[in-house]
Write a protein that binds this ligand. Structure first.
Ligand SMILES: Cc1cc2nc3c(=O)[nH]c(=O)nc-3n(C[C@H](O)[C@H](O)[C@H](O)COP(=O)(O)OP(=O)(O)OC[C@H]3O[C@@H](n4cnc5c(N)ncnc54)[C@H](O)[C@@H]3O)c2cc1C
Length: 335
């Protein structure tokens, strides 16, 4: 008996490196997936990268150029990114019915035989900056109105606030230093505020930041207060109170870029039943047809090549699943 629902074979949530790799691999295997991203464009976090130099076989390039290559790759395989913000993923029906994944998006509902979750990570927010997070009227670093003051991605900051200006970057890890180099390259002055006594980034980034004249790094510096500020000739729109080794120092800036870590946000997308059945950080949750790939799986910022590998593996398993083939994933489930 035919079912009234005409489900998609594979739905991929997120068009970062994991989701795009998964989509391309699905097409190579003969299944055309639906690739959804809330931004409507491919790239994910890598668009922020100052310099991607560890993707085997490619010459070093910045994140923007890397994303342009990803877009070309999708185009060659006829994959389009649908602008779609996924709110919930659950399962339809009950025992006895043919069950589908129900993907509820801001734009509508999609049924699918298999879902690959490649939705990456969410930034950790700095509660003390809450008052600054709402957009304000008035220019920040060169735009007319409604420009936010607090950012979590340098690509958004550059798109919204432009440059140059003085930006406070909060955090001492790879993302914070990478953001700082991108800002310095675009002409901004940067002050990096690091809460601890040492940087958590790798040697090469630390060296590059050390050599960048436009970047100043303050160690043991914790943001403890903030307010909007407006005065003719002031060096910024924001006044931060920074606790530097116990002494409160003011810092004026035009925007704040927060990079204090990221975490997977699967609990916001998966319904409670599916969430309960996620097994550790595995690619194969205990639900046939559901796969988690890339940074969403590890729950932290990873690397493009790791996300791409995950995406390919997830696509292969998803295609086996929709074809009803007994595979590693169903074998796991059957145990
Ligand atoms: C500053 C910076 C520099 C980096 N430099 C490098 C580097 O040099 N080399 C390297 O290998 N890696 C680098 N990385 C890491 C790399 O970018 C990530 O590991 C990689 O992008 C992870 O890919 P992903 O597809 O798992 O997730 P993401 O890239 O985070 O993509 C997730 C996608 O899911 C979408 N999404 C999220 N929620 C939803 C939803 N509810 N509905 C629809 N869509 C949704 C998002 O819009 C996003 O497009 C860097 C990262 C940063 C931040």
């Amino acid at each position: 008996m035919s079912h009234p629902i005409d489900p998609a074979q594979v739905v991929v949530v997120g068009a970062g490196p994991a989701g795009c790799s998964a989509a391309v691999q699905c097409v190579r295997l003969g299944v055309r997936p639906r690739l959804l991203d809330k931004t409507g464009r491919p790239g994910g976090l890598v668009r922020n990268a100052f310099r991607v130099e560890n993707y085997l076989g490619l010459e070093p390039m910045d994140g923007k150029a890397f994303v342009a290559r990803m877009s070309n790759h999708l185009r060659r395989f006829g994959v389009e990114v649908e602008r779609s913000h996924v709110r919930r993923v659950g399962l339809s029906g009950g025992p006895g019915d043919e069950r589908f994944f129900v993907v509820t998006t801001r734009e509508g509902v999609i049924h699918a035989r298999s879902v690959i979750l490649a939705s990456g990570t969410q930034p950790r927010r700095l509660p003390v900056l809450q008052d600054l997070e709402a957009p304000v009227s008035g220019a920040v670093v060169g735009e007319e109105c409604g420009v936010p003051l607090v950012y979590h991605e340098v690509a958004d900051l550059r798109a919204c606030a432009g440059g140059p200006g003085h930006v406070a970057v909060v955090g001492g890890g790879e993302a914070a230093l990478d953001f700082s180099l991108t800002l310095a390259r675009s002409g901004a002055r940067v002050t990096v505020l690091v809460r601890s006594a040492e940087l958590k980034a790798c040697g090469r980034l630390v060296e590059q930041v050390g050599a960048a004249e436009a970047v100043a790094v303050r160690m043991r510096a914790r943001v403890v207060g903030c307010r909007r500020y407006s005065a003719p000739g002031a060096d910024g729109k924001i006044a931060l109170d920074v606790d530097v080794a116990g002494e409160i120092q003011p810092l004026m800036c035009h925007a704040v870029l927060v990079a204090i870590g990221r975490r997977s946000a699967l609990e916001q997308i998966l319904d409670s039943d599916l969430l309960r059945r996620l097994v550790g950080r595995g690619l194969y949750p205990e639900v046939p047809g559901l796969f988690v790939a890339g940074d969403a799986r590890t729950g932290a910022l990873g690397q493009v090549s790791m996300a791409a590998g995950d995406g390919i593996e997830a696509a292969m398993a998803a295609v086996r699943h929709v074809r009803g083939e007994h595979d590693h994933e169903t074998a796991l489930h059957d145990r």
